[in-house]
Write a protein of this length. Structure first.
Ligand code: HEC
Length: 454
């Protein structure tokens, strides 16, 4: 399943099929899966409430990041027309990768049947239905509770930031020196904020103690540690694997605020789960990236490409990908070239949205053999057709401010075990006959030959 000829890769044949159906069909009987929705008019209590609970309320409930709650009939019906529009055009739930359902564990898109049900419900005038059919309300954790359960330590921003009611706020950085008396292995992490309505994301960077004199993360080129949409816990890493946090490290919080009409105050906290003393940590969870600072986007260019590569010197398991560009970012994709020359498109984000810094987490981690090369391709729109573009008449170069550009394709990795290599080889041996019948692809234009970016 790993190595694929280019032609197939370009049609994005990510084949994590096993998980695909599991993702789309909830295991417990859920009203939204009822094909009957097509035959009869869906009602709120009979059909829609369950969909909203599962697909919308994690953000649209009091204290979460969505701009309004969707917990009662009245609230949802009041937004019916707008819901029709944004569900119809795919803007909600927010998700920007073009990959089959099941490829990514955190895929938020609606299965077609649920999408159809919502649209039909609004078209029919948003009928309420029979209260007796209403699903049990979901009990969401208290806004202050950690989704990880109990955390071992909390690192918090010292200052509170005043978020204005309107306007745009440049990325805010704050530096928090940790005071643990030893190096720590981190098994899980989660960010909590005071004002989820105006915090779009928080990225956390780590600066090693010896760098304290110049604590700069260069807008994210250095020291990436974790990303978090508020409320989105990073589940405990697999057995024997953890992130390393050196004693005396400084954590940098990079926050993207999006004012929503009401002035608010915020400070963020990072909850950490440590490895238990009895767990032997043999593998390190790391975030590497394809990146380059050689960015030179001509004024008015509609689709300017910038490439960067990363060479794997060790076998790794790839857990997730997070593309990062600024306001001219248009699309981003990652192609993995295996040592035998075959290639696989791992992620395609055709409509990049700067406001949504989403980590795409594989439903099944991908084995990457040493000797492979990751190729990241970022495409920028510096024309006046890009509504987010602050100035289409300017040549745009690398810089940390949102009106400059960045090109980073983060990769969450864990060192692979011998067993994981063996499993991959076995799977590949099975696939081989099928692969050999196909004609070899011509050398890809995507390959930046020997150019390497540091
Ligand atoms: C991951 C969080 C998240 C999920 C899941 C989500 N929303 Fe939203 N929603 C938001 C945020 C944040 C906004 C504010 C606009 C923005 O930032 O894009 C929003 C805005 C909206 C709006 C207003 C339109 C606008 O442009 O402001 C509607 C309507 C909406 N969401 C409906 C839904 C529906 C229906 C679902 C479920 C099917 C859903 N959302 C799922 C976070 C979410």
């Amino acid at each position: 399943m790993n190595a694929r000829p280019l032609a197939m890769a370009l049609s994005l044949s990510l084949t994590l099929a096993a998980a695909a159906s599991a993702q789309e069909e909830p295991s417990q009987p859920a009203p939204e899966a009822k094909p009957a929705a097509k035959a009869k008019t869906p009602t709120y209590y009979g059909d829609i409430a369950a969909i909203v609970q599962k697909r919308c309320q994690n953000c649209h409930r009091p204290g979460a990041i969505g701009p309004f709650p969707m917990t009662t009939y009245k609230e949802v019906a009041g937004w019916a027309a707008m819901i029709h529009e944004v569900v119809g055009n795919g803007r909600m739930p927010p998700w920007h990768a073009d990959a089959p359902h099941g490829t990514f564990a955190n895929d938020r898109r609606l299965p077609q049947a649920e999408k159809d049900a919502i649209l039909a419900w609004v078209d029919a005038g948003a009928p309420k239905g029979d209260l007796a059919q209403a699903p049990k309300p979901v009990t969401w954790p208290e806004p202050n509770a950690w989704r990880l359960g109990k955390v071992d330590a909390v690192v918090e921003e010292e200052k509170t930031f005043s978020v204005p009611a309107t306007g745009s706020v440049p990325y805010q950085y704050s530096y928090v020196k940790t005071n643990f008396d030893e190096d720590k292995w981190i098994k899980g992490l989660e960010v909590k904020v005071d004002a989820p309505g105006v915090v779009h994301h928080v990225l956390i960077f780590v600066i090693y103690p010896e760098r304290h004199k110049s604590p700069r993360v260069r807008g994210g080129l250095r020291g990436y540690f974790a990303s978090a949409l508020p409320g989105d816990a990073i589940a405990p890493f697999p057995e024997g694997a953890a992130k390393f946090l050196p004693k005396g490290a400084t954590l940098v919080f990079q926050t993207h605020y999006t004012p929503n009409g009401t002035a608010q105050k915020n400070h963020s906290r990072l909850g950490l789960l440590f490895a238990k003393p009895e767990e032997k940590i043999t593998r390190r969870v790391q975030t590497k990236s394809v990146h380059t600072m050689r960015i030179n986007i001509p004024a008015g260019a509609e689709a300017h490409k910038v490439r960067a590569t990363y060479d794997f010197k060790q076998d790794q398991m790839l857990y997730g990908l997070l593309p990062h560009m600024h306001l001219r970012g248009k699309s981003f994709y990652y192609i993995l070239r295996y040592p035998d020359g075959s290639v696989d498109k791992l992620l395609d984000v055709p409509k990049y949205d700067f406001n949504w810094q989403n980590t795409y987490r594989f439903a099944q981690p991908r084995f990457v053999p040493k000797g492979s090369r990751m190729i990241g391709v970022a495409v920028y729109d510096n024309s006046d057709k890009n509504p987010a573009n602050p100035d289409p008449t300017r040549t745009v170069r690398f810089g940390e401010q949102t009106w400059d550009e960045m090109m980073i394709g983060y990769m969450d990795l864990v060192e692979a075990s011998a067993a994981e290599r063996a499993a991959w080889e076995a799977e590949r041996a099975q696939e081989k006959p099928a692969v050999e019948k196909k004609t070899q692809p011509a050398p890809s234009k995507e390959e930046p030959k020997t150019r390497s970016f540091k």
